[in-house]
Write a protein that binds this ligand. Sequence first.
Ligand SMILES: Cc1cc2nc3c(=O)[nH]c(=O)nc-3n(C[C@H](O)[C@H](O)[C@H](O)COP(=O)(O)O)c2cc1C
Length: 200
Amino acid sequence: MTVSDALGDRRSCRSFTPESLDAGLLDDLVDAARRTPTAGNCQGVEFLALEGADAAAYWETTLSAERRAAFPWPGLLVAPAIVVPFGMPSRYLARYAETDKAATGLGDASEAWSVPYWLTDAAFAALALQLLVVELGLGCCFFGLFEHEDAVRRRFGVPDEARAVGAIAVGHPEPSGARSSRSTTRGRRPLDEVLHRGSW
Ligand SMILES: Cc1cc2nc3c(=O)[nH]c(=O)nc-3n(C[C@H](O)[C@H](O)[C@H](O)COP(=O)(O)O)c2cc1C
């Protein structure tokens, strides 16, 4: 499968079978996904990997029993694995305080960053992981943590400074409901609407 194929085939999967991932697969996926570029080669993205009971604990942490029972995509809640990539700001501040980067002034405080590269890098890794999942013929869905980031941090012992860009459910797609979402039916904007050649 080419990168173009993977980009073309990827769709958010919101319905999984409960089948577990092969042992070690999640480690391999993260290991490959973390090869994306990182600012200053900080490598400041770390991953919370949840499988089986830990993945179930994610949903228990973020949705009450009542909300789980009424959840519009119940097949998402049975995904056997969830990966949460976190950007670690302190790694970026420390790196940008080093001599070759000090002139940027970005080593002083996270507020100095017009673009928080720890989130950029975490998002790159999140996309790479999704494409790798597609390459394997598995399914995934990237979704937000919304107001639950602190609860997830507390439940899984994530350091306070870690910032999540979102979470990725991974598993074997259950064909009947794999693509259903109101967002999905919006269609793709025409290229001429989003590509500004030479000027906007
Ligand atoms: C930043 C971001 C946040 C998203 N949050 C959610 C979410 O909370 N729940 C969900 O079901 N899908 C979520 N999605 C998936 C989008 O709805 C989906 O990518 C979009 O509708 C396009 O459909 P496709 O992924 O099948 O191409 C999110 C995607 C991104 C990039």
